[in-house]
Design a protein around this ligand. Sequence first.
Ligand SMILES: [Zn+2]
Length: 131
Amino acid sequence: MHELALATAVVDEVAPLAGPDPVRAVTLRIGELAAVVPEALDLAFTVAAEGTALAGATLLIETVEGRARCDGCGRESLTGMPPVLWCDACALPLVLLSGRELEIVRLVTDPPGPAPAPGTDPDTEHSISGR
Ligand SMILES: [Zn+2]
């Protein structure tokens, strides 16, 4: 099952970053073309997180719309789902700009770690590759 494999990968990536503190929430950014069903991922995450630092954590999902650009006329459009990947004006294939994201963008632990030094981003930015 795709979502369970993904959820397991998220848990494996995040658990070492969290250190000894329990994780309260994990935010993922997922493109609408990444073929991930949020409800299934949420369920899979609950299963995968059991017995780890992520047990009981909330999974937050930010959806990214699929966007594509035509190199012929320069027009940008939403691809929709399933995606339309050619230009209806010039019939050229479109270049995909976004929509295949699969990234861990935020991690909230409890208690929050020590205050970050001024000028630094308190969020843990992190990405996983592949699907
Ligand atoms: Zn065009």
